[in-house]
Design a protein around this ligand. Structure first.
Ligand code: F6P
Length: 489
């Protein structure tokens, strides 16, 4: 409440995202609530718990319809309700076009430079437009005031800011793009590039993780849309409306609330060693992500293979535990990646049949507290994304290490690498470099680990998710004041 009402007194907050923060599923044991594997949700949830308001999202769980009221609303979290979740329904065919099709086979590979060809089908585009309109209508229907603060999240809703602006011209619309934004040459291949940019320019403020992505976006506006650009203040004016383009590096709650239920390092280590049947003295390397081709999962396995091949003294003395939550498995690129990664893990394990299996690939979702337990138990955490807007796993690892130990190996192609230069920064495409970094991490003296870890912890603590949201809210309060003054003159 303080966070919001300190800067925007009396404002009503609405969040819009595709992924919902709480998913109700029917199981053999009745209805269970699940938290999705989503950086976006883990960043926004503490904000919504603090501010209250309404979160509009796609109702995706098998028991979602049974748990809402007649207006498709439910108060969350269960037990200590602090905000409203308003669910929007989408049919399977609509989901195929809007989510799997245009969002995840079009925009996702377009924005992540990992050399997967984007698929642009006009049927998907039409569905994307239709579903964007449905969500925009839901936001407008939920708004109780004429000038709410609307936080539009991610590439699923590029067209929504303009759609909301048409119905609520006084709204403060803060949009945040959670993935990278490509340069103009790359973006130019999208057949609907102008509509996408114009849709986003309905925002009052448009946020990206890094200045680099802001620059790319402004370059695209310059190339594809007739508008006025003020490069000094990073503002674009279109049809009498101004949008400010800003970098807001996303972060995590500090300390993460899930950490309260995680035992001390020694207990975590004992439990994880028991779970994976690891020999005493094993160096534990971990990775935790969605099973996504942008994350570089096979690349880090190849690095472990190279390391063991070059230096057999590590055989039997290390274990790499990779948790990979299956995601978007309906798409070929994702199911193929999972199959390839699984057979690569088997092949590497067969090549190094030492005292213990080096690669443990666990293809399932881990709850937040289990992830933090794994992080606390680890010697090394590897984040080898081929391209990533920010990557919150890197920040979560650091947040769990209040013992100031453990080493982070971090891809230079993540937004996080701009903020956490004390990690061992690597090019994940370079197998030898990645292998050398993992080896160095395993052998790093404790005092060097502590020095690096302290600096990274300080960085994340100071630039936590409240600062991310707070800075955007302060900037939007300025915009509101500016607009009020302009209206008077
Ligand atoms: O952060 C990028 C992102 O696509 C989020 O938008 C999303 O919540 C998360 O990754 C997981 O993806 P999905 O919602 O498709 O499972």
């Amino acid at each position: 409440q303080d966070l919001l009402h300190g800067v925007l007194p009396g404002a009503e907050v609405l969040v819009l995202s595709n992924r919902e923060p709480y998913i109700h599923n029917r199981t053999d044991h009745g209805i269970v609530v699940q938290r999705p594997a989503s950086g976006l949700v883990s960043a926004l949830e503490p904000i919504m718990r603090a501010c209250g308001g309404t979160w509009v999202a796609h109702g995706s769980g098998s028991a979602d319809r049974e748990t809402v009221d007649a207006n498709d609303r439910i108060r969350v979290p269960e037990g200590a309700p602090s905000y409203t979740l308003r669910r929007v329904w989408i049919s399977e065919a609509e989901q195929d076009g809007y989510y799997y099709g245009f969002a995840n086979e079009g925009l996702w590979p377009l924005c992540h430079i990992v050399f997967v060809r984007p698929a642009f089908r006009s049927g998907d585009w039409h569905m994307y437009r239709e579903i964007n309109q449905r969500f925009a209508d839901a936001v407008v229907a939920e708004a109780r005031t004429e000038d709410p603060v609307v936080l539009v999240q991610d590439y699923h809703f590029a067209l929504v800011p303009k759609m909301i602006r048409q119905r609520l011209p006084k709204a403060t619309i803060i949009s945040f793009w959670h993935i990278p934004w490509p340069n103009a040459e790359t973006f130019s291949i999208c057949p609907w590039r102008r509509e996408i940019i114009e849709g986003m320019l309905g925002s009052t403020i448009l946020g990206f993780h890094t200045q680099f992505h802001c620059n790319n976006f402004i370059e695209c506006v310059d190339r594809f849309v007739e508008s006025r650009i003020d490069r000094e203040v990073q503002a674009v004016s279109l049809g009498g409306h101004e949008t400010r383009i800003r970098a807001y590096p996303i972060s995590i709650e500090w300390p993460p609330s899930a950490l309260a239920s995680v035992p001390a390092r020694e207990t975590c280590r004992a439990e994880v060693f028991r779970e994976f049947d690891l020999a005493e003295g094993t160096k534990l390397i971990v990775g935790v992500e969605r099973f996504d081709y942008t994350k570089g999962i096979p690349d880090r396995m190849r690095a472990i293979d190279a390391l063991l091949t070059r230096d057999s003294s590590w055989e039997g003395r290390l274990a790499f535990v990779q948790i990979a939550a299956p995601t978007r498995s309906k798409l070929d690129t994702y199911s193929r990646l999972q199959a390839e990664a699984e057979s690569l893990a088997d092949a590497i394990n067969a090549r190094h049949p030492g005292r213990q299996t080096p690669i443990r690939l666990v293809a399932r979702h881990y709850e937040a507290s289990d992830v933090l337990k794994l992080f606390r138990a680890a010697d090394v955490c590897v984040v080898s994304s081929l391209h990533d807007g920010m990557n919150l796993v890197a920040k979560e690892f650091v947040s769990s290490r209040d013992d100031n130990a453990g080493v982070l190996v971090l891809s230079s192609f993540t937004g996080a690498s701009r903020e956490m230069s004390e990690a061992l920064i690597v090019n994940p495409y370079d197998t030898e470099e990645l292998a050398a970094a993992i080896k160095r991490a395993m052998s790093m003296p404790l005092d060097e680990q502590a020095e690096r870890m302290k600096l990274m912890r300080q960085q994340v603590k100071e630039n936590n998710v409240y600062r991310w949201a707070g800075t955007m809210l302060v900037d939007s309060a300025r915009s509101r004041t500016r607009e009020r003054i302009l209206a008077l003159t």
